[in-house]
Structure formats: C-alpha cells, structure tokens
Design a protein around this ligand. Structure first.
Ligand code: GLC
Length: 416
C-alpha cells in the first residue's frame, strides 16, 4: 500500500456489529450464552425455524445513521465497517438475492443505504463486513450442522455461486464507493474460491481494499486476530479488530467496558507498531448504541481532539529494542510523539535508550509548554540516551503526549 494511502493515515475505525442476534442480547431462554453474542444462534444451537422468527418482529426504530456516523466522527474514527451479513446469514441490507433480509421485517428500511449516504455526507469511509464461508441459514453455507448436513457433506460451491458472489455484487454496486470489503472466517475455503472472490471484488471496485480474512494472505493488509496486538512492530499494513467489552454483538449482560485510558493505550500501541485499530460497538435491538460504549468513546474522542496529531498519519514504525516502561512512541516524518502512560517519580524524567536521531525541541502537545531534554552517547558502553524532564508532581489520568521535533530521519540503534 502506498505510504499516503487513506488506510495508512486513518489509524482508527469503527466496527459495527448489528443483526437480528441483537434482539437476544446474549441471552437465550433465560440463560447467558457464553462467547460472542452474535454467535448465539450457533452456540445455543437455536433451530433455524425459531431463529428466523426474530426477523418477524425486528423493528429497530431508534437506528439513526446520521447520529452513528456523527458519533464516529466525534470519536475520531476515520472509517466505519458495518456487518452487512454475519454468520447467521441474515442480510442487514436490501438484498434481491435472498429473502432473508431486513426489508422483510417490520422495519422495512435499509440501514446500509442510510449509513452509506451519511458516510458520504459526513466524509467518512465506509467498509462492509461480509461472512463468506459461514452461513447458518443456507443449507450449503458452513457452520449449521444442527439443522443441515455436516459441513463436509455440503455443496459449498453452490452456496458460493448462488449467494456469496451475487450478494457481494449487490454490496459493491448499490452502495457507492466502498473502502474495504471485510471478509471473515475463511476456515477451509478452497484457495481458488478465495482468489476468485478477491478478483471479483476488485473487478467491481478496483480501489476497494480486501482484508486479510479473505484467506491465504490474499488480503491487501494483514488482519490480526480478534483483540490481538502484536508484541513487535509489524512492517506491513495491518489492523486489529477489538471489542469494547467482551462481545461484538449487543449483550444485555456484558458491561465490562474498557476504560478510555485503556482504549487510548491500545490505540497508541497499535499505531506505534504500524497498524490500525478497528474498535467495535454493538447497537441493541432498537438500533441504539449502548450508553456504556458512548461514554468511553466520547472520552477517548475528547483526548483525540487535542492529541490527534500524535495518531493520524503517524506512519513510522518505532522499532525500539528495549521495552519502554513509561509508555509508547508514535511518529511521522518530522515529529516523534512520546506517550506517557505512567508518570515518572523523582527525578521526573523519562528515558529512551537507542535513539540516534538528533532532537531539536520537546514540548507538551496539548499546551505547547517546552521541556528540557538531554541526549548523550557513551562510547564505552555504545549507548544512546535521550532523557526528557517532565514537570514536577504532574499526574495523569490518561496519556500525556510530548512532541519531539527531530532532524533528518529516525534512526534506532540495533542491538548487536
Ligand atoms: C470473528 C467472529 C466474529 C466477529 C469477528 C470480528 O472471527 O467470528 O463474530 O465478527 O471475528 O473480528
């Protein structure tokens, strides 16, 4: 991907998991069903005939695309990925290919269309999630072995040509420009079909990215595992999808929200290692975004308003060889940003070992206060040290960002 590609600059996106599973909210017959609430049909082995009935009363009248897109912007996100069809097989858009879609509910509105229009209006990129192998409604889709035959006896190609490709065509023709086709759980899909699906996507929209879960490293970027951040900086393009509590789909029993400080730490960690964070919300059965998520994301958004320069377009991987105990570092081609998550005790200084680059000036990013700093090289030990003195007795409730302007290029000493 080119260095100035929108995906590389964006850093932070909003994932939206929303479907008829949201009506159950992780609870079936009075029992909390473990794991992702969007997996409830499979994890509780709900018969298709019964699960289908959810659609008959699905009427999420509180869904408001203008509000959600506005929130994403306020939260500092640069793109949105919406679940058009999750593993349960239900299309959350107007599909001519399958009746099992949101137009055949009392709601009779196409949320994807509404989101696409709002994204265009409000200037945010739209991505579409599509589960290409699992489909618990289709007798030949993968995953539903309680209503249909075992997976290995299914005619997967039939499903692929009758449902997947035609639906992908709808998604890439009826909703304007799509920034990412976000595929998921390719499992044992044959490589030729993955290649075909990728080529098909590109033939419909050449600029649309395909994520790593198309399978076989065919994606335009690497998809990290759910909630996983690599330990080391990773040189290619990548993205970590992350939950805000412990589920993707709405759960009425999971209130284990991450704090804003934690979200920001994870975002900074991802950005310093060269990736993007795709953070999830799960609207409820009425289409409302849970208060708990709004609170956290509002707070993180306020921080991003003041400190966004240290996140967006920060495309340098910071390959320091020592773990930085007080925080993380991000950077662009003129500035390095030192994110202090743990305020140092006396003598109130933070240290980076192994930076060869000459620093010109260090300031606190959100108030421009200039700070004293020292750089030294000890030949006998072959050690570069860069120290910054922080204000005495400062304290943090979140990330405090220092901006270090530098000369030339970032050069980090490799340990030998
Ligand atoms: C998964 C899950 C799923 C969720 C997704 C998000 O692999 O199957 O429910 O949509 O990852 O990354």
């Amino acid at each position: 991907m080119a260095r100035d590609h929108w995906f590389k600059d964006a850093k932070y996106g909003l994932f939206i998991h929303w479907g008829i599973y949201s009506m159950l909210g992780g609870v079936y017959k009075g029992e909390k069903i473990p794991y992702g609430a969007e997996w409830i049909m499979k994890n509780a082995e709900i018969p298709l005939q019964e699960y289908r009935k959810l659609a008959e009363t699905f009427n999420p009248v509180d869904f408001d695309a203008e509000d959600i897109v506005g929130k994403a912007k306020k939260w500092g996100m640069k793109y949105i990925v919406f679940t058009a069809k999750h593993h349960d097989g239900f299309a959350m858009y107007h599909s001519e290919v399958s009746d099992y879609n949101i137009m055949n509910t009392p709601f009779q509105r196409d949320p994807l269309k509404e989101l696409a229009e709002e994204c265009r209006k409000q200037g945010i990129i739209l991505g579409i999630y599509y589960s290409q192998m699992q489909d618990w409604e289709d007798e030949n889709g993968w995953g539903n072995e309680w209503d249909f035959k075992p997976d290995k006896e299914k005619d997967f190609e039939k499903y692929f040509y009758n449902k997947v490709k035609p639906q992908v065509k709808e998604l890439l023709t009826n909703y304007g420009e799509v920034g990412i086709m976000w595929f998921d759980t390719p499992y044992v899909m044959p490589v030729q079909l993955c290649e075909e699906l990728k080529a098909y996507t590109k033939s419909l929209q050449p600029d649309c990215l395909v994520n790593g879960r198309i399978g076989y490293k065919l994606g335009d970027y690497r998809q990290m595992s759910d909630n996983e951040i690599p330990v080391l900086s990773f040189p290619g393009d990548w993205e970590t999808p992350m939950t805000l509590n412990d589920t993707w789909g709405y759960s009425r029993v999971d209130h284990n929200w991450k704090s804003a400080a934690d979200v920001l730490y994870k975002l900074v960690d991802v950005v310093g290692k060269g990736g993007n964070l795709l953070l999830n919300i799960g609207p409820d059965e009425k289409g409302k975004v849970p208060e708990g998520s709004c609170k956290v994301l509002d707070e993180a958004g306020r921080w991003l308003d003041l400190n966004g320069e240290s996140i967006y377009k920060c495309n340098l991987n910071m390959d320091f060889q020592y773990e930085i105990s007080w925080g993380r570092v991000t950077g662009n081609d003129r500035k390095m940003f030192l994110h202090v998550f743990k305020y140092p005790e006396f003598p109130y200084e933070i240290l980076i070992t192994g930076l060869k680059t000459k620093i010109k000036k260090v300031t606190i990013l959100d108030n421009c206060e200039e700070l004293q700093f020292f750089q030294s090289y000890e030949p006998a030990r072959d050690e570069y040290r860069f120290r910054v003195l922080l204000p005495k007795n400062g304290k943090l409730d979140k990330d405090m960002v220092l901006c270090a302007e530098y000369e030339g290029e970032i050069e980090i000493q490799k340990l030998e």
